[in-house]
Design a protein around this ligand. Structure first.
Ligand code: BES
Ligand code: MN
Ligand code: ZN
Length: 490
């Protein structure tokens, strides 16, 4: 069966296909009877009208009417297609979307919305809730019936396969996804896409001086791991390092979390899972002009007789010592090792992503992630791309005045500051482990809020969102390298 998405631009402006299906005003009447308000983003599902028998008949399929502004933003299209796909996913096999624009801003988000909106994670359900029959999206142009776009653009295929893969990893429960699982996933990507891979695990980490990952992970029977995955394009002009926090579970350690805060802490691997999702997208897309290094610190933060303790002092490979103030501020400790390693490859840009602080959620809410950077232009460009992608990003300051909060009486730093500006002090801590002699740009994304939705949000179902895979992938393949070349020509 077939579903069609057609558009109403404003009360008195109707798309071509809307008019075509609205013979005798049947659609108008249905919308009025069902109190359709034409609020941009609003949709209504209408059964096909059988003109011979003069009644609506679901047996023939469905028409979804979506309200949209004529000067739409990409996110408006993504949202409408996702909503239509969600509404029809157990009813029809194919969704036809009226293609009223041929721009990239229409076509790419339409396919993205389709694949994000139909994502389900029901591996652990014996009784599947919906059948998810819907597998095809056609972008049709009713005036020229032959011009159907039925295949998503290469970049969308890449980015969606990465994003939905990230969601699968994050959604996987912590009894089945342990630090070792990150090694297994990295190996799969290596085999599928020909990446290089270096792995350190357990006691080896201690020997090699990865003291943050080692210490955070030593309270668990599941050994921690450091992963370095490398993609090399044919003719790389820019080198990018991606760094991700991979806490497969964060109980807080000896500074144990209260029960209600511990719930859903399987999400604490979302940064690392996003890094792998972006690498999957890179493997699919194969940008010739990039070299991409992925660094993951994977561990499980548990209280136990072998757990690291408040008062411990860790000596990092870059010579800095860190006093443990709170074992629940573990993400930054793990990331510090990764940032030291990332600096060593001399990248033009490091993008760090982590479910780092509850404070970031206090500041920005559950659906926006925080952006920190040493460079104003870079962060501005990144946030613009994120906006195009429909991922909400907001700039927060790397305010050096707050560095005082991290002063220790006995070591160079302590791992957390006071209550105020918690997302900023965490970001300042990370910055201490980036070697700016070797690294030009640094971006840190605190994704604690939007990595995981505890109830359905927009076109996201319950659970992992795969944010910020779209933004980071598109930024590095579409913008970062190009922007730099333009600068150079000037
Ligand atoms: N993984 C948490 C941050 C978090 C909280 C992510 C809620 C997603 C949802 C992190 O490791 C943590 O525990 N942070 C502490 C830091 C504090 C001890 C300085 C926090 O935010 O409370
Ligand atoms: Mn924690
Ligand atoms: Zn954590």
């Amino acid at each position: 069966m077939l579903g069609k998405l057609v558009f109403l631009f404003e009360k008195n402006k109707k798309s071509f296909l809307y008019k075509d299906l609205n013979k005798n005003g049947v659609l108008d009447k249905y919308l009025e009877a069902n109190n359709f308000k034409w609020k941009p983003g609003e949709i209504i599902v209408v059964p096909y009208y059988d003109f011979e028998k003069e009644h609506f008949d679901e047996g023939f399929g469905f028409v979804v009417v979506g309200a949209v502004k004529e000067n739409f933003a990409p996110e408006d299209i993504r949202t409408l297609v996702a909503k239509a796909a969600k509404a029809l996913k157990d009813k029809v096999e194919t969704l036809e979307v009226e293609r009223f624009s041929d721009s990239k801003d229409f076509i790419e988000p339409a396919f993205e919305g389709f694949y994000i909106g139909t994502y389900t994670f029901d591996k652990y359900k014996s009784q599947k809730e919906s059948k998810n029959k819907l597998t095809h999206l056609d972008l049709i142009k009713p005036e020229q019936s032959k011009q159907v776009i039925f295949e998503s653009p290469k970049i969308v295929k890449a980015v969606i396969s990465g994003q939905n893969y990230t969601r699968d990893l994050v959604n996987t429960p912590p009894n089945e996804f342990i630090p070792e699982s990150f090694i297994e996933e990295a190996n799969k990507l290596k085999d599928n896409y020909g990446f290089e891979l270096k792995v350190l695990k357990g006691e080896k980490l201690k020997e090699e001086g990865f003291i943050g990952i080692y210490s955070v992970g030593k309270g668990s029977k599941n050994p921690p791991a450091f992963i370095h995955l490398i993609y090399k394009g044919k003719n790389p002009k820019k080198k990018i390092a991606l760094v991700g926090k991979g806490l497969t579970f964060d109980a807080g350690g000896l500074d144990i979390k209260p029960a209600s805060y511990m719930r859903n802490m399987k999400l604490d691997k979302a940064g690392a899972a996003s890094v792998l999702g972006i690498m999957k997208a890179i493997g699919e897309y194969k940008p010739e002009d990039l070299e991409v290094h992925a660094f993951i610190g994977a561990a499980e933060n548990l209280p136990s007789a072998s757990a690291y303790k408040p008062d411990d002092i860790l000596r990092y490979k870059n010579g800095k010592t860190v006093e443990i103030d709170n074992t629940d501020a573990e993400g930054r400790l793990v990331l510090a090792d990764c940032l030291i390693e990332a600096s060593k490859v001399n990248p033009d840009l490091i993008i760090n992503m982590a479910t780092l602080t509850g404070a970031c959620m206090v500041a920005l809410g559950r659906s926006t992630f925080g952006v920190f950077s040493n460079d104003e232009n870079i962060s501005k460009e990144f946030i613009e791309v994120a906006k195009w992608c429909g991922e909400k990003a907001w700039l927060l300051p790397l305010d050096e005045d707050l560095k005082e909060e991290l002063k220790s009486q006995v070591a160079d730093l302590k791992n957390c500051g006071g209550r105020y500006g918690g997302a900023i002090t965490a970001a300042l801590f990370l910055k201490e482990f980036v070697d700016f002699e070797k690294v030009k740009y640094f971006i840190h994304l605190d994704i604690a809020g939007p990595a995981f939705f505890e109830k359905p949000f927009k076109y996201y179902s319950y659970g992992a969102s795969g944010i910020p895979v779209r933004s980071v992938f598109r930024y590095i393949v579409e913008k970062f390298e190009k922007e730099e070349i333009e600068e150079y020509i000037d």
